[in-house]
Design a protein around this ligand. Structure first.
Ligand code: ADP
Ligand code: MG
Length: 467
Protein backbone atom coordinates (compact mmCIF):
# COMPACT_ATOMS: atom_id res chain seq x y z
CA UNK A 1 0.00 0.00 0.00
CA UNK A 2 2.68 2.43 1.02
CA UNK A 3 4.71 1.80 -2.11
CA UNK A 4 1.72 2.62 -4.25
CA UNK A 5 1.15 5.79 -2.24
CA UNK A 6 4.78 6.72 -2.73
CA UNK A 7 4.59 6.18 -6.45
CA UNK A 8 1.61 8.51 -6.67
CA UNK A 9 3.21 11.13 -4.42
CA UNK A 10 6.42 11.02 -6.40
CA UNK A 11 4.54 11.96 -9.53
CA UNK A 12 3.06 14.97 -7.86
CA UNK A 13 5.97 16.70 -6.17
CA UNK A 14 9.47 17.81 -6.93
CA UNK A 15 12.08 15.04 -6.70
CA UNK A 16 14.06 16.84 -4.00
CA UNK A 17 11.01 17.30 -1.81
CA UNK A 18 10.14 13.66 -2.30
CA UNK A 19 13.60 12.61 -1.25
CA UNK A 20 13.61 14.84 1.76
CA UNK A 21 10.14 14.24 3.10
CA UNK A 22 8.96 10.88 1.87
CA UNK A 23 11.94 8.60 1.53
CA UNK A 24 12.70 8.71 5.28
CA UNK A 25 9.19 7.55 6.14
CA UNK A 26 8.80 3.95 7.20
CA UNK A 27 5.49 2.18 6.90
CA UNK A 28 4.96 0.32 10.15
CA UNK A 29 1.59 -1.29 10.24
CA UNK A 30 -1.57 -1.68 8.27
CA UNK A 31 -4.68 -2.74 10.03
CA UNK A 32 -7.85 -2.62 8.00
CA UNK A 33 -7.98 0.92 6.74
CA UNK A 34 -5.43 2.50 9.06
CA UNK A 35 -1.86 2.86 7.95
CA UNK A 36 0.80 3.70 10.54
CA UNK A 37 3.90 5.44 9.32
CA UNK A 38 7.02 6.24 11.25
CA UNK A 39 8.62 9.65 10.83
CA UNK A 40 12.02 10.76 12.17
CA UNK A 41 10.95 13.72 14.28
CA UNK A 42 8.12 15.84 15.50
CA UNK A 43 9.21 18.65 13.23
CA UNK A 44 9.06 16.22 10.35
CA UNK A 45 5.52 15.26 11.28
CA UNK A 46 4.46 18.87 11.52
CA UNK A 47 5.99 19.66 8.18
CA UNK A 48 4.16 16.78 6.53
CA UNK A 49 0.89 17.87 8.06
CA UNK A 50 1.43 21.41 6.96
CA UNK A 51 2.65 20.86 3.44
CA UNK A 52 1.65 17.45 2.28
CA UNK A 53 -1.48 16.42 4.12
CA UNK A 54 -3.71 16.79 1.08
CA UNK A 55 -1.39 14.79 -1.05
CA UNK A 56 -1.18 12.07 1.58
CA UNK A 57 -4.92 11.95 1.87
CA UNK A 58 -5.45 11.62 -1.82
CA UNK A 59 -2.80 8.93 -2.11
CA UNK A 60 -4.17 6.99 0.83
CA UNK A 61 -7.77 7.26 -0.22
CA UNK A 62 -6.86 5.87 -3.60
CA UNK A 63 -5.42 2.84 -1.88
CA UNK A 64 -7.70 2.29 1.07
CA UNK A 65 -10.93 3.98 0.15
CA UNK A 66 -12.79 6.88 1.66
CA UNK A 67 -12.42 5.67 5.23
CA UNK A 68 -8.64 5.67 5.12
CA UNK A 69 -6.84 6.61 8.29
CA UNK A 70 -3.29 7.66 8.83
CA UNK A 71 -1.39 7.35 12.09
CA UNK A 72 1.97 8.97 12.61
CA UNK A 73 4.55 7.42 14.83
CA UNK A 74 7.35 9.73 15.78
CA UNK A 75 10.73 8.23 16.26
CA UNK A 76 12.78 10.05 18.86
CA UNK A 77 16.18 9.72 20.34
CA UNK A 78 15.81 9.40 24.06
CA UNK A 79 17.25 12.49 25.68
CA UNK A 80 18.84 10.47 28.48
CA UNK A 81 21.43 9.05 26.17
CA UNK A 82 19.64 5.79 25.75
CA UNK A 83 19.81 5.10 22.05
CA UNK A 84 16.80 2.86 22.06
CA UNK A 85 14.19 4.75 20.11
CA UNK A 86 10.84 5.28 21.66
CA UNK A 87 7.75 6.28 19.86
CA UNK A 88 4.92 8.66 20.27
CA UNK A 89 1.73 8.17 18.38
CA UNK A 90 -0.05 11.12 16.96
CA UNK A 91 -3.21 10.84 14.97
CA UNK A 92 -3.23 12.71 11.73
CA UNK A 93 -4.74 16.17 11.56
CA UNK A 94 -5.35 16.26 15.25
CA UNK A 95 -2.26 17.27 17.12
CA UNK A 96 -2.20 16.77 20.84
CA UNK A 97 -5.08 14.33 20.87
CA UNK A 98 -3.83 10.85 21.51
CA UNK A 99 -4.93 7.63 19.92
CA UNK A 100 -5.58 6.87 16.29
CA UNK A 101 -8.31 8.95 14.80
CA UNK A 102 -10.11 9.19 11.60
CA UNK A 103 -8.89 11.75 9.15
CA UNK A 104 -11.31 14.17 7.71
CA UNK A 105 -11.21 13.08 4.15
CA UNK A 106 -13.15 15.40 1.91
CA UNK A 107 -10.95 14.65 -1.04
CA UNK A 108 -11.74 17.56 -3.21
CA UNK A 109 -8.21 18.74 -3.36
CA UNK A 110 -7.70 22.32 -4.37
CA UNK A 111 -4.65 21.30 -6.25
CA UNK A 112 -5.88 20.00 -9.58
CA UNK A 113 -2.66 18.14 -10.18
CA UNK A 114 -3.80 15.81 -7.47
CA UNK A 115 -7.04 14.92 -9.12
CA UNK A 116 -7.20 11.93 -11.32
CA UNK A 117 -5.74 12.60 -14.71
CA UNK A 118 -8.75 13.69 -16.64
CA UNK A 119 -10.38 11.66 -19.30
CA UNK A 120 -11.65 13.18 -22.48
CA UNK A 121 -15.37 13.27 -21.96
CA UNK A 122 -18.01 12.84 -24.61
CA UNK A 123 -18.84 15.96 -26.53
CA UNK A 124 -22.09 16.75 -24.78
CA UNK A 125 -22.19 18.33 -21.39
CA UNK A 126 -18.59 19.25 -21.12
CA UNK A 127 -17.03 20.76 -18.09
CA UNK A 128 -13.33 20.91 -18.56
CA UNK A 129 -11.13 21.00 -15.50
CA UNK A 130 -8.31 23.38 -16.19
CA UNK A 131 -5.67 21.20 -14.49
CA UNK A 132 -4.01 24.36 -13.22
CA UNK A 133 -1.99 24.42 -10.05
CA UNK A 134 -2.99 27.50 -8.04
CA UNK A 135 0.30 27.33 -6.16
CA UNK A 136 2.04 28.45 -9.30
CA UNK A 137 0.89 32.04 -9.72
CA UNK A 138 2.28 35.45 -10.61
CA UNK A 139 2.48 36.52 -6.97
CA UNK A 140 5.12 33.96 -6.19
CA UNK A 141 6.84 34.11 -9.58
CA UNK A 142 9.49 36.60 -8.61
CA UNK A 143 10.62 39.07 -11.20
CA UNK A 144 14.23 39.62 -12.24
CA UNK A 145 16.23 40.59 -15.31
CA UNK A 146 16.38 36.94 -16.28
CA UNK A 147 12.63 36.56 -16.68
CA UNK A 148 11.28 40.09 -17.16
CA UNK A 149 10.36 39.76 -20.82
CA UNK A 150 8.70 36.36 -20.44
CA UNK A 151 6.91 37.41 -17.29
CA UNK A 152 5.50 40.60 -18.72
CA UNK A 153 4.52 38.92 -21.98
CA UNK A 154 2.74 36.35 -19.83
CA UNK A 155 0.95 39.12 -17.96
CA UNK A 156 -0.07 40.77 -21.21
CA UNK A 157 -1.48 37.49 -22.50
CA UNK A 158 -3.31 36.93 -19.21
CA UNK A 159 -4.91 40.36 -19.47
CA UNK A 160 -6.11 39.81 -23.02
CA UNK A 161 -6.01 36.15 -23.95
CA UNK A 162 -6.14 35.81 -27.73
CA UNK A 163 -6.11 39.57 -28.05
CA UNK A 164 -2.41 40.30 -28.29
CA UNK A 165 0.11 39.58 -30.98
CA UNK A 166 1.73 37.13 -28.58
CA UNK A 167 -0.13 34.20 -30.02
CA UNK A 168 1.23 31.70 -29.55
CA UNK A 169 3.33 32.74 -26.61
CA UNK A 170 6.29 30.41 -26.45
CA UNK A 171 8.33 30.41 -23.25
CA UNK A 172 11.62 28.62 -23.53
CA UNK A 173 14.61 27.96 -21.30
CA UNK A 174 16.62 25.29 -19.51
CA UNK A 175 15.43 22.95 -16.78
CA UNK A 176 14.28 24.40 -13.52
CA UNK A 177 14.04 27.98 -14.72
CA UNK A 178 10.32 28.43 -14.24
CA UNK A 179 8.63 27.47 -17.50
CA UNK A 180 5.99 25.30 -15.88
CA UNK A 181 5.46 27.80 -13.09
CA UNK A 182 4.96 30.67 -15.52
CA UNK A 183 2.67 28.61 -17.76
CA UNK A 184 0.41 27.84 -14.81
CA UNK A 185 0.57 31.41 -13.57
CA UNK A 186 -0.77 32.70 -16.89
CA UNK A 187 -3.60 30.19 -16.80
CA UNK A 188 -4.43 30.91 -13.17
CA UNK A 189 -4.54 34.63 -13.87
CA UNK A 190 -6.80 34.16 -16.88
CA UNK A 191 -9.16 31.96 -14.87
CA UNK A 192 -9.21 34.68 -12.27
CA UNK A 193 -10.00 37.47 -14.72
CA UNK A 194 -12.21 35.49 -17.07
CA UNK A 195 -13.83 32.68 -15.09
CA UNK A 196 -15.98 31.68 -18.05
CA UNK A 197 -13.14 30.96 -20.40
CA UNK A 198 -12.13 27.36 -20.78
CA UNK A 199 -8.49 27.04 -19.89
CA UNK A 200 -6.55 23.83 -20.14
CA UNK A 201 -3.03 23.09 -18.98
CA UNK A 202 -1.50 19.90 -20.26
CA UNK A 203 1.99 18.54 -20.71
CA UNK A 204 2.95 17.60 -24.25
CA UNK A 205 3.58 14.12 -22.92
CA UNK A 206 0.03 13.68 -21.66
CA UNK A 207 -1.32 15.24 -24.80
CA UNK A 208 0.58 12.62 -26.77
CA UNK A 209 -0.68 9.79 -24.60
CA UNK A 210 -4.26 10.96 -25.01
CA UNK A 211 -3.83 11.18 -28.71
CA UNK A 212 -2.40 7.69 -28.99
CA UNK A 213 -5.21 6.40 -26.82
CA UNK A 214 -7.79 8.09 -29.02
CA UNK A 215 -6.36 6.50 -32.12
CA UNK A 216 -6.50 3.10 -30.44
CA UNK A 217 -10.08 3.60 -29.38
CA UNK A 218 -11.12 5.07 -32.67
CA UNK A 219 -12.04 8.39 -31.05
CA UNK A 220 -9.58 10.62 -32.83
CA UNK A 221 -12.34 12.98 -33.89
CA UNK A 222 -13.59 13.37 -30.32
CA UNK A 223 -10.05 14.15 -29.32
CA UNK A 224 -9.81 16.92 -31.90
CA UNK A 225 -13.24 18.32 -31.05
CA UNK A 226 -12.41 18.37 -27.40
CA UNK A 227 -9.35 20.50 -27.97
CA UNK A 228 -11.14 22.79 -30.36
CA UNK A 229 -13.52 23.78 -27.57
CA UNK A 230 -10.76 25.30 -25.50
CA UNK A 231 -10.26 29.05 -25.20
CA UNK A 232 -6.78 29.00 -23.72
CA UNK A 233 -4.61 26.00 -24.43
CA UNK A 234 -1.36 25.67 -22.48
CA UNK A 235 1.00 22.93 -23.59
CA UNK A 236 4.09 22.35 -21.48
CA UNK A 237 7.36 20.97 -22.84
CA UNK A 238 6.51 20.83 -26.52
CA UNK A 239 9.99 19.53 -27.26
CA UNK A 240 8.44 16.23 -26.24
CA UNK A 241 6.62 16.19 -29.56
CA UNK A 242 9.85 15.88 -31.47
CA UNK A 243 9.84 12.87 -33.74
CA UNK A 244 6.17 12.17 -33.04
CA UNK A 245 4.70 13.00 -36.38
CA UNK A 246 1.16 11.77 -35.71
CA UNK A 247 0.80 13.93 -32.64
CA UNK A 248 2.42 16.88 -34.39
CA UNK A 249 -0.04 16.52 -37.20
CA UNK A 250 -3.08 16.55 -34.95
CA UNK A 251 -1.65 19.41 -32.93
CA UNK A 252 -1.13 21.39 -36.13
CA UNK A 253 -4.84 21.10 -36.93
CA UNK A 254 -5.92 21.99 -33.43
CA UNK A 255 -3.54 24.91 -33.37
CA UNK A 256 -4.84 26.31 -36.64
CA UNK A 257 -8.43 26.01 -35.52
CA UNK A 258 -7.78 27.76 -32.22
CA UNK A 259 -5.65 30.46 -33.74
CA UNK A 260 -8.15 31.26 -36.47
CA UNK A 261 -10.85 31.61 -33.84
CA UNK A 262 -8.87 34.04 -31.75
CA UNK A 263 -8.11 31.53 -29.02
CA UNK A 264 -4.89 31.78 -27.06
CA UNK A 265 -2.13 29.19 -27.25
CA UNK A 266 0.73 29.13 -24.75
CA UNK A 267 3.66 26.79 -25.19
CA UNK A 268 6.80 26.02 -23.29
CA UNK A 269 9.92 24.32 -24.52
CA UNK A 270 13.45 23.65 -23.40
CA UNK A 271 14.78 25.16 -26.64
CA UNK A 272 14.15 28.10 -28.91
CA UNK A 273 12.20 27.17 -32.06
CA UNK A 274 15.31 27.49 -34.23
CA UNK A 275 17.04 24.83 -32.16
CA UNK A 276 14.17 22.36 -32.03
CA UNK A 277 14.79 19.09 -33.74
CA UNK A 278 12.44 16.69 -35.44
CA UNK A 279 9.53 19.09 -35.34
CA UNK A 280 7.80 19.65 -38.65
CA UNK A 281 8.66 22.85 -40.42
CA UNK A 282 5.05 24.00 -40.71
CA UNK A 283 4.64 23.64 -36.95
CA UNK A 284 7.87 25.48 -36.23
CA UNK A 285 6.77 28.33 -38.42
CA UNK A 286 3.52 28.53 -36.42
CA UNK A 287 5.52 28.65 -33.20
CA UNK A 288 7.30 31.71 -34.53
CA UNK A 289 4.12 33.59 -35.36
CA UNK A 290 3.76 35.02 -31.90
CA UNK A 291 6.45 35.75 -29.36
CA UNK A 292 9.25 33.53 -28.14
CA UNK A 293 10.47 34.67 -24.76
CA UNK A 294 13.42 33.16 -22.99
CA UNK A 295 13.77 32.38 -19.30
CA UNK A 296 17.43 32.77 -18.48
CA UNK A 297 19.39 31.70 -15.44
CA UNK A 298 18.53 34.02 -12.57
CA UNK A 299 21.04 36.64 -11.52
CA UNK A 300 22.35 36.88 -7.99
CA UNK A 301 19.72 39.34 -6.72
CA UNK A 302 16.89 37.25 -8.08
CA UNK A 303 18.36 34.13 -6.51
CA UNK A 304 18.50 35.86 -3.15
CA UNK A 305 14.93 37.04 -3.39
CA UNK A 306 13.68 33.62 -4.46
CA UNK A 307 15.40 32.03 -1.47
CA UNK A 308 14.12 34.62 0.96
CA UNK A 309 10.64 34.35 -0.41
CA UNK A 310 10.71 30.58 -0.03
CA UNK A 311 11.90 30.82 3.57
CA UNK A 312 9.36 33.47 4.33
CA UNK A 313 6.50 31.41 2.93
CA UNK A 314 7.59 28.38 4.92
CA UNK A 315 8.02 30.42 8.06
CA UNK A 316 11.64 29.44 8.50
CA UNK A 317 14.49 31.70 9.51
CA UNK A 318 17.97 31.33 8.17
CA UNK A 319 21.12 33.40 8.74
CA UNK A 320 21.97 35.87 5.98
CA UNK A 321 25.39 34.42 5.30
CA UNK A 322 23.89 31.01 4.63
CA UNK A 323 21.38 32.41 2.18
CA UNK A 324 24.15 34.31 0.54
CA UNK A 325 26.31 31.21 0.33
CA UNK A 326 23.59 29.17 -1.34
CA UNK A 327 22.75 31.96 -3.79
CA UNK A 328 26.40 32.39 -4.73
CA UNK A 329 26.96 28.73 -5.42
CA UNK A 330 23.81 27.52 -7.12
CA UNK A 331 23.44 29.59 -10.21
CA UNK A 332 21.75 27.86 -13.03
CA UNK A 333 18.63 26.19 -11.76
CA UNK A 334 15.88 27.52 -9.53
CA UNK A 335 14.61 24.06 -8.73
CA UNK A 336 18.01 23.21 -7.28
CA UNK A 337 18.13 26.48 -5.43
CA UNK A 338 14.87 25.54 -3.76
CA UNK A 339 16.01 21.95 -3.30
CA UNK A 340 19.14 23.06 -1.48
CA UNK A 341 17.25 25.31 0.88
CA UNK A 342 14.65 22.62 1.61
CA UNK A 343 17.44 20.21 2.30
CA UNK A 344 19.07 22.67 4.70
CA UNK A 345 15.83 23.26 6.55
CA UNK A 346 15.33 19.54 6.87
CA UNK A 347 18.87 18.81 8.04
CA UNK A 348 18.84 21.51 10.65
CA UNK A 349 15.57 20.22 12.01
CA UNK A 350 16.73 16.60 12.15
CA UNK A 351 19.83 17.54 14.05
CA UNK A 352 18.01 20.22 15.99
CA UNK A 353 20.69 22.78 15.41
CA UNK A 354 21.27 26.01 13.55
CA UNK A 355 22.40 25.73 10.01
CA UNK A 356 26.12 26.31 9.92
CA UNK A 357 28.13 27.44 6.97
CA UNK A 358 29.76 24.06 7.00
CA UNK A 359 26.45 22.28 6.62
CA UNK A 360 25.50 24.68 3.85
CA UNK A 361 28.75 23.85 2.08
CA UNK A 362 28.03 20.13 2.26
CA UNK A 363 24.51 20.50 0.95
CA UNK A 364 25.49 22.85 -1.83
CA UNK A 365 28.36 20.65 -2.87
CA UNK A 366 26.01 17.74 -3.22
CA UNK A 367 23.70 19.74 -5.44
CA UNK A 368 26.40 21.17 -7.62
CA UNK A 369 28.02 17.78 -8.06
CA UNK A 370 24.77 16.08 -8.88
CA UNK A 371 24.17 18.31 -11.81
CA UNK A 372 27.64 18.93 -13.12
CA UNK A 373 28.65 15.37 -13.55
CA UNK A 374 26.12 13.61 -15.68
CA UNK A 375 27.39 10.07 -16.02
CA UNK A 376 26.98 8.41 -19.37
CA UNK A 377 25.47 5.00 -19.98
CA UNK A 378 28.79 3.86 -21.45
CA UNK A 379 30.54 4.86 -18.27
CA UNK A 380 27.99 2.99 -16.16
CA UNK A 381 28.44 -0.18 -18.19
CA UNK A 382 32.20 0.12 -17.85
CA UNK A 383 32.05 0.59 -14.08
CA UNK A 384 29.58 -2.24 -13.56
CA UNK A 385 31.45 -4.71 -15.73
CA UNK A 386 34.77 -3.80 -14.11
CA UNK A 387 33.20 -4.36 -10.73
CA UNK A 388 32.05 -7.84 -11.68
CA UNK A 389 35.28 -8.51 -13.56
CA UNK A 390 33.80 -9.03 -16.96
CA UNK A 391 34.03 -7.00 -20.12
CA UNK A 392 31.31 -4.79 -21.50
CA UNK A 393 30.59 -7.19 -24.38
CA UNK A 394 29.84 -9.95 -21.88
CA UNK A 395 27.58 -7.68 -19.92
CA UNK A 396 25.68 -6.89 -23.10
CA UNK A 397 25.60 -10.45 -24.39
CA UNK A 398 22.48 -12.59 -24.69
CA UNK A 399 23.57 -15.08 -22.08
CA UNK A 400 21.20 -16.10 -19.27
CA UNK A 401 23.98 -16.86 -16.79
CA UNK A 402 22.78 -15.51 -13.51
CA UNK A 403 25.69 -13.29 -12.53
CA UNK A 404 25.81 -11.74 -15.97
CA UNK A 405 22.10 -11.11 -16.02
CA UNK A 406 22.43 -9.44 -12.63
CA UNK A 407 25.25 -7.23 -13.79
CA UNK A 408 23.23 -6.22 -16.81
CA UNK A 409 20.20 -5.46 -14.69
CA UNK A 410 22.31 -3.36 -12.37
CA UNK A 411 23.69 -1.40 -15.30
CA UNK A 412 20.15 -0.72 -16.47
CA UNK A 413 19.07 0.25 -12.98
CA UNK A 414 21.90 2.76 -12.63
CA UNK A 415 21.35 4.11 -16.12
CA UNK A 416 17.77 4.85 -15.11
CA UNK A 417 18.88 6.35 -11.84
CA UNK A 418 21.81 8.46 -12.96
CA UNK A 419 20.94 9.57 -16.47
CA UNK A 420 17.98 11.25 -18.07
CA UNK A 421 17.78 8.63 -20.81
CA UNK A 422 14.43 6.99 -21.52
CA UNK A 423 13.87 3.30 -20.83
CA UNK A 424 13.91 2.62 -24.55
CA UNK A 425 17.17 4.39 -25.08
CA UNK A 426 18.78 2.65 -22.10
CA UNK A 427 17.65 -0.66 -23.51
CA UNK A 428 19.06 -0.01 -26.93
CA UNK A 429 22.40 1.04 -25.50
CA UNK A 430 22.74 -1.92 -23.16
CA UNK A 431 22.76 -4.82 -25.57
CA UNK A 432 19.79 -3.82 -27.74
CA UNK A 433 16.99 -4.62 -25.29
CA UNK A 434 13.53 -3.09 -25.32
CA UNK A 435 12.07 -0.76 -22.74
CA UNK A 436 10.07 -3.52 -21.02
CA UNK A 437 13.28 -5.39 -20.28
CA UNK A 438 14.76 -2.29 -18.70
CA UNK A 439 11.65 -1.73 -16.63
CA UNK A 440 11.75 -5.32 -15.48
CA UNK A 441 15.42 -4.96 -14.60
CA UNK A 442 14.76 -1.89 -12.47
CA UNK A 443 11.98 -3.66 -10.60
CA UNK A 444 14.09 -6.75 -10.06
CA UNK A 445 16.91 -4.67 -8.66
CA UNK A 446 14.50 -2.86 -6.35
CA UNK A 447 13.16 -6.16 -5.09
CA UNK A 448 16.55 -7.76 -4.61
CA UNK A 449 17.76 -4.66 -2.82
CA UNK A 450 15.12 -5.30 -0.23
CA UNK A 451 15.57 -9.01 0.19
CA UNK A 452 19.16 -9.82 -0.60
CA UNK A 453 21.95 -8.54 1.57
CA UNK A 454 24.76 -9.36 -0.83
CA UNK A 455 22.91 -7.60 -3.60
CA UNK A 456 22.43 -4.55 -1.45
CA UNK A 457 26.17 -4.45 -1.02
CA UNK A 458 26.63 -4.44 -4.79
CA UNK A 459 24.30 -1.49 -5.07
CA UNK A 460 26.06 0.43 -2.33
CA UNK A 461 29.51 -0.20 -3.78
CA UNK A 462 28.44 0.72 -7.27
CA UNK A 463 26.59 3.81 -6.12
CA UNK A 464 29.80 5.00 -4.48
CA UNK A 465 31.83 4.34 -7.59
CA UNK A 466 29.35 6.11 -9.81
CA UNK A 467 28.69 9.21 -7.74
P1 ADP B 1 10.88 24.32 -15.53
O1 ADP B 1 9.46 23.97 -15.91
O2 ADP B 1 11.46 25.40 -16.36
O3 ADP B 1 11.78 23.13 -15.46
P2 ADP B 1 9.66 25.00 -13.01
O4 ADP B 1 8.60 25.91 -13.48
O5 ADP B 1 9.25 23.63 -12.62
O6 ADP B 1 10.84 24.92 -14.06
O7 ADP B 1 10.41 25.73 -11.81
C1 ADP B 1 11.25 25.04 -10.89
C2 ADP B 1 11.03 25.57 -9.51
O8 ADP B 1 11.50 26.87 -9.41
C3 ADP B 1 9.56 25.60 -9.14
O9 ADP B 1 9.42 25.20 -7.80
C4 ADP B 1 9.19 27.06 -9.30
O10 ADP B 1 8.16 27.45 -8.42
C5 ADP B 1 10.49 27.76 -8.98
N1 ADP B 1 10.63 29.01 -9.71
C6 ADP B 1 10.98 29.17 -10.99
N2 ADP B 1 11.02 30.45 -11.34
C7 ADP B 1 10.68 31.15 -10.24
C8 ADP B 1 10.54 32.53 -9.97
N3 ADP B 1 10.77 33.49 -10.90
N4 ADP B 1 10.17 32.90 -8.72
C9 ADP B 1 9.95 31.95 -7.79
N5 ADP B 1 10.07 30.64 -7.98
C10 ADP B 1 10.43 30.23 -9.19
MG1 MG C 1 8.60 22.14 -16.46
Amino acid sequence: VWNNCLAFIKDNIQPQAFKTWFEPIKPVKLSENALSIQVPSKFFYEWLEEHYVKLLKVALTKELGETAKLVYIIRMENTYGNREPFTEKIPSANRGNMGPQEMDVPIKSKNPELRNPFVIPGIRNIKIESQLNPNYNFDNFLEGDSNRLARSAGMAVANKPGGTSFNPLLVFGGVGLGKTHLAHAIGVEIKDKYPDRTVLYISAEKFTQQYIESVKKNTRNDFIHFYQLIDVLIIDDVQFLSGKSGTQDVFFHIFNHLHQNGKQVILTSDKAPVDMQDIEQRLLSRFKWGLSAELQSPDYETRISILKNKLYRDGVEMPEDIIDYVAKHIKTNIRELEGAIISLIAQSSFNKKEVTLELAQQVVEKFVKNTKREVSIDYIQKVVSDYFEMDVATLQSKTRKRHIVQARQLAMFFAKKFTKASLASIGSQIGKRDHATVLHACKTVDNLAETDKQFRKYIEDLTKKLS
